[in-house]
Design a protein around this ligand. Structure first.
Ligand SMILES: Nc1ncnc2c1ncn2[C@@H]1O[C@H](COP(=O)(O)OP(=O)(O)OP(=O)(O)O)[C@@H](O)[C@H]1O
Ligand SMILES: [Mg+2]
Length: 499
C-alpha cells in the first residue's frame, strides 16, 4: 500500500472556548478522490484551513509525502503542495482568465508585462489540463464550474497535485455537477488527488473511493466508500441511526385550493424571463425549478427587490409590490433567504442575535429602541428552533460554520413573520439532519398561512411543495403537483419533455 500523499494526525484547533477540532485525522492516498463528510460544525472547513496552511493547529501535525508541512509563512511552499477551491471565488472577477492565472507573476519583457506571452502561457496551461475556457474571457462572466476549473488550473500551475474542493457543488445545477465530476475524473487520471467535501452523499458515492467522517470535532472512521452503505455513513455522521429522506414521492398533505391568493403575478418580463403568470395562495408552498440558466433565481429575486422586471406586475394581497427596493419589499411583508449568504445574506461583523433580528428591529421596539434582552430572547429562541450549532446569540456570525450561517439567514427570514417567504436554495450547505429541521420550519410557516416560494436545485426541497413550476429559458414550461416522480421533474428541468 502506498504512503499517504497528505496526512494529518491528532489535530486540535480551538477558537476561544470553542474546540473546532479535538481529534482531526486524515490520510489521503495518492491518486484517490477522498470524501470528507460530517454535520454542520463538525470541523471539516477547520481541517481544510489547517491542511492548506492558513492556520496552525494547536496540537498535531500535517505531513505531505511523509515530510513535515512547511512553515505557515512560506506561502510558496504551501502553494506547491495544496490548494482549496471554495464556493466563493478567490480569483479576481474583473480580470481575464489569463490575468488571474498569472496574477503577481506575469511574464515580464524588459520589466514590462508581456501580454502576448501571458496569454500564450495561459492558453498552454489550460490546454495541458484540458480546461476549455477562453483565456481572454472576463472571469466574472464565467459559469461557476468554469471559474472553479480556472482555480484548479492555477493551483496545478504552482505544482500542487492535491486539490481540496469544499462544497463545490452547492451552487451548481445537475448538468454542471456532472460536468465538474467528469473533469475531476479526467484530472484524477492525470495524477491529481482530491479531497472532496459535500453534504450530498450521493455525490460521495459517485466520485470518491474513500470517505472520512468527522463528528463533533473528532475523527470517526475512514473507509472505502464501497464498504460503507449510505445508512451506515449517515449513522457515523449523526452518531445515531436516523431516517434519511427516502427518494420517493411525498405528499405534503392537504393543500387548500380555496385559500385566498396572496401573490399574484401577471406578465412579468425581464431579460432573464418572459411573460410569467403565477399565483401563490396563503399557506401554499410553490417550488420553482430549472437549470441555472432558466431564470428561476432572477424571477424569485424580483419579489425581494434584488432584480427588477422590465414589465408586468406583482401584487401582494392586491397591493402592487415595489420592484428594485429591498427595504420596501421587506416592509410589504416579504421575507427571504437569498442565493448568496456572503453577498446578500449576513452582516458578518455582527452577532448571530443581531443578524437574526435585523429585519424586525422596528417591530421589536418602539421609536427605534430595542431592549438588548428582547433581542437576546428572540435570538435564543431562533437558535433553538433552527438547531444552530453556536456558543450563543452573542457569537459573531463570522465564526459559524457554513451550514450554521445558512440557518441564521433562515432565522432572520422567519423572524419578520412574513406574508410571503421567498427561499433561494434554502438548504444549500446544510447537513442531512439539519435539512429536516429547516424544511419543518417551512411547513410551520405554511400552517401559519404564509405563502412560500422555494427556488431550489434539490429535489428534497421541492418534494415538500404543493406545486412545482419548471422554468426553461425564462418561461414556465411545466407544472407538477405534489407526488411527482424524480425522473418526471428532472425531464422537465432538462427540457426533454417539452420540445
Ligand atoms: N474563527 C472561528 N472562531 C470561533 N469559532 C469558529 C471559528 N471557525 C470555526 N469555528 C467553530 O468551529 C466549529 C467547526 O466549524 P467548521 O467550519 O470547521 O465546520 P464544518 O464542518 O465545515 O461545517 P459546515 O458543514 O457547516 O460547513 C464550529 O462550531 C464553528 O462555529
Ligand atoms: Mg464548512
Amino acid at each position: 500500500m502506498s504512503a499517504p500523499l497528505v496526512e494529518a494526525r491528532g489535530v486540535v484547533k480551538r477558537y476561544g472556548p470553542t474546540t473546532a477540532l479535538a481529534d482531526g485525522r486524515l490520510a489521503v492516498l495518492p491518486g484517490e478522490s477522498h470524501a470528507l463528510v460530517g454535520r454542520n460544525g463538525a470541523g471539516k472547513s477547520t481541517l481544510v484551513r489547517i491542511l492548506t496552511g492558513l492556520e496552525a493547529p494547536d496540537e498535531g501535525a500535517v505531513r505531505f509525502d511523509g515530510d513535515p508541512a512547511p512553515p505557515l509563512t512560506d506561502r510558496d511552499a504551501w502553494r506547491a503542495k495544496v490548494a482549496c477551491v471554495y464556493q466563493h471565488p478567490t480569483v479576481v472577477p474583473e480580470l481575464t482568465v489569463a490575468e488571474n492565472l498569472f496574477i503577481n507573476r506575469q511574464p515580464l519583457k524588459r520589466g514590462f508585462i508581456s501580454w502576448r506571452r501571458l496569454k500564450a502561457e495561459a492558453a498552454r496551461l489550460l490546454d495541458t489540463w484540458d480546461v476549455r475556457v477562453d483565456p481572454d474571457a472576463r472571469t466574472a462572466d464565467l459559469k461557476v464550474e468554469d471559474r472553479q476549473m480556472v482555480e484548479i488550473a492555477r493551483a496545478l500551475s504552482f505544482g500542487a497535485r492535491f486539490i481540496i474542493l469544499d462544497e463545490p457543488t452547492a451552487q451548481l445545477d445537475n448538468r454542471e455537477i456532472e460536468r465538474l465530476f467528469s473533469r475531476m475524473r479526467a484530472l484524477q487520471d492525470s495524477g491529481v488527488t482530491f479531497l472532496f467535501i459535500s453534504h450530498h452523499l450521493q455525490e460521495v458515492y459517485e466520485v470518491c473511493q474513500t470517505v472520512t467522517v468527522l463528528r463533533d470535532a473528532r475523527w470517526i472512521t475512514t473507509a472505502p466508500v464501497a464498504d460503507l452503505p449510505r445508512r451506515d455513513l449517515v449513522e457515523a455522521m449523526a452518531g445515531e441511526s436516523i431516517e434519511v429522506l427516502a427518494e420517493q414521492a411525498v405528499d405534503p398533505g392537504d393543500d387548500d385550493r380555496d385559500a385566498p391568493v396572496l401573490l399574484d403575478v401577471r406578465g412579468l418580463t425581464s431579460p432573464a424571463y418572459r411573460d410569467i403568470d403565477l399565483t401563490v395562495r396563503r399557506g401554499e408552498v410553490v417550488g420553482l425549478a430549472g437549470s441555472s440558466a432558466s431564470g428561476k433565481i432572477e424571477l424569485a429575486e424580483s419579489f425581494t427587490g434584488l432584480h427588477t422586471p422590465t414589465s408586468g406586475t406583482a401584487r401582494i394581497d392586491g397591493t402592487p409590490l415595489p420592484f428594485g427596493d429591498v427595504q420596501a419589499t421587506l416592509k410589504a411583508g416579504v421575507g427571504f433567504v437569498p442565493r448568496d449568504r456572503h453577498d446578500q445574506g449576513l452582516v458578518f461583523g455582527m452577532s448571530i442575535g443581531d443578524n437574526a433580528t435585523l429585519s424586525v428591529l422596528d417591530r421589536l421596539g418602539r421609536f427605534g429602541f430595542v431592549g438588548t434582552d428582547t433581542k437576546r430572547d428572540v435570538a435564543t429562541a431562533l437558535i433553538e428552533r433552527l438547531d444552530i450549532h453556536a456558543a450563543g446569540p452573542d457569537q459573531p456570525v463570522s465564526d459559524l460554520s457554513g451550514g450554521n450561517a445558512q440557518k441564521v439567514v433562515m432565522a432572520r427570514a422567519l423572524a419578520s413573520d412574513p406574508r410571503l417567504l421567498v427561499l433561494v436554495n434554502p438548504t444549500a450547505g446544510v447537513d442531512v439532519k439539519s435539512k429536516e429541521s429547516l424544511l419543518a420550519r417551512v411547513d410551520s410557516a405554511r400552517d401559519d398561512g404564509t405563502a412560500v416560494l422555494v427556488v431550489s436545485d434539490e429535489l428534497d426541497d421541492l418534494r415538500r411543495c404543493d406545486r412545482v413550476l419548471v422554468l426553461f429559458h425564462g418561461r414556465v414550461v411545466a407544472e407538477h403537483r405534489a407526488g411527482w416522480r424524480d425522473h418526471e421533474l428532472i425531464a422537465s428541468i432538462e427540457g426533454v419533455d417539452h420540445g
